[in-house]
Unconditional design. Sequence first.
Length: 259
Amino acid sequence: MLNAIIVDDEEFARSSLYFLLQENCEQIHISGIAKSVAEARSLLSQNTIDVIFLDIAMPGENGFELIPSVQHSKAHVIFTTAYDQYALKAIKANALDYLLKPIDIDELKAAVDKASKHILLNKTEQSRAESLQNLAVNLSDRNEIRKISLPNGQGYSLISIEDIVHIEADSNYSVFHLANREKITVSKVLKEYEEILPEHQFVRIHKSSIINLNYLKEYNYRNGYEVLLKNGEKIAVSRRRASDLAEKVRSYTSFDSEK
């Protein structure tokens, strides 16, 4: 049995989630319900909590301001939110869990099952705390994603986006090629990272490739469409993405010169 709290300022949202959990997630015991971050801190100080269902948009302190308190516990956070493009991008970049309102029963069950497995495998330690801390940094100025968390077998690898040279698709996996020649394989499709990474800096040049324009050395049409990266790798560019690449290079060159 996992002890959980619900943190949401809306009465309907609190009661709806409570009943969904009661009816569909027998491994969850609701230890408390909070209408604010302040009430949530009090619950965390008085109870051992395994899972926090945390609303993002709340008056006064928003859900992200609870993160420092969560980092000192082993609680698994599942964010609950209406659509906020930047917040969701930051949550996805840090491989953290979320549920979109109105909450779907199947998605709720999947999130709870995932939390249960992480807790049983003791995967809520340092790597998850780092992901939460990085989320707080990402959201402090809401400018752009600077680091992403990549799930690995033991936890997460926190990677600076500046160290990503390119990403290649391998079936339903994505392989990250880093500046230090390290490769990290993640069980997510390329499209997820295309949506997360800053679009002025990262460009999809093929159905199986995304490149970081920081590492672009040359692009040409001598041997078909291709790019040459600073590490010496050559990667094909699909014909339908060639014009987009050229436009992104022009825009990025202008963007970079204005920094």
